[in-house]
Design a protein around this ligand. Sequence first.
Ligand code: CDP
Ligand code: MG
Length: 467
Amino acid sequence: MDDGIKPSLPQSSFSSEEKPPEKKEQEAAPKAEPSPSQKEKGKIAVGFEQFQLSPEVQRALKEMGFVTPTDIQREAIPAVFKGFDVLGQAKTGTGKTAVFGIYLTDVIDRRLNHPQALVLAPTRELAMQIAREISTISKYTGLRVATVYGGQSIEPQIRQLRQGVHVVVATPGRVLDHLERGTLNLSHVCRVVIDEADRMLDMGFIDDVRRILGHTMKGRQTMLFSATMPEEILKLSKQYQYEPMYISVSRDEPAVITHIAHQFIMVSPKTKYDALFLYLEEKQPHHTIIFCRTKSSSDKLGFVMKKKEFRASAFHGDLSQNRRDSVMKMFREGSINILVATDLAARGLDVLEVSHVINYDPPDDPIMYVHRVGRTGRIGRGGTAVSLIAYGEMGLLGQIERHCKITMEEVKLTGYVAVREDDYQTFGSRSGNRPQQQHQHYGQRGGGSRRGGFGNYRQGGGGRPRR
Ligand code: CDP
Ligand code: MG
């Protein structure tokens, strides 16, 4: 699938004189008084000074160690300050959060006592993380940020909202709950951010998002961010944005980060555990997220790993929110270093220490590969993504390679055999359908042959696989 540029949308190369399009109903986007530094003109700077942010924001960014803006920050921050509706597409871990975090902090009128901005995210953990980052950026400004999400008592949220907040960061379900109870008023919300926008506008969320947007100001500024923007989502986004500016800093490249190692290990159903445990023992990775297809397989693998004395814990949507919170806290703080997760952890999570992503079950589609592996290699750091691939999944591997324009290298593990004697039953030896014949898939990925065989599927290069 193509995440690439959509020529019909205006691009980000606008001049400093350029104005955002007049909105149809121009009642929106009141701005706070510009800070003295915003009034200064003509500064040429490479750091965050170039945006002429308030001294309070600049001070916070300095403390956060933000020195040079990333590409998406350099392009998107001026655009959002000019009031454009923006579609911001940039690779995972490139600081998209700070684009809107800085903007909202600087522009919101803190003298008013009602929500003026809403940020929507697909998972509770991501909503919390975004709220934390905005709170850190706004540390010296007195901006009040509320996090609104399900799975925890609604009463404290109601109390907080009653006290008056400026920015609400939320998951959609709980926002609707508050709207129905009349405990959240979005009628002054003139700036909306939809993070992980392609996920938020897909079938799972779109009805909720549409209803929520209906409660915000007409003529609002709507900002969409994601590492992936499939074409159908770009088309759909036009319903919610007004002449959006499409800012894609990796427009001619696939969205996947290429500065990490992309690897795979051949497995059969019976050797998946062997492959995983051998890999972990051999490589001793730092912080690792292991992705499983289902909640039950995440539970099962988490359980087995604990028994084997790995510092691991399952993380998925069937756990209580308290449990999810404590697992995430342990992972961030390092008391566990392996998260055995479903795709709940695939989008948005920013844990800089994550050195490895392991696809215990491969993702269903290449877009999910982009997001999963994007949990490592944050903000230009190194990282490794390893996928356990069964013979029947070689087609999927090929799809991922083509979509992401990457080549996955096969990992050789000492003493590891991908297909064991008893797998022959699984493959159906009576029909003669042994793994050798399954290797036709290998060729289909368009690149297997150049690796000269099946790696450690057969040790010693001949005969039947040994146990
Ligand atoms: O949303 P996206 O995947 O693009 O990345 P993020 O979740 O905003 O994470 C970016 C990470 O880089 C965070 O840990 C930021 O604190 C950090 N960072 C940044 O955003 N901008 C900089 N100029 C420097 C660091
Ligand atoms: Mg993000």
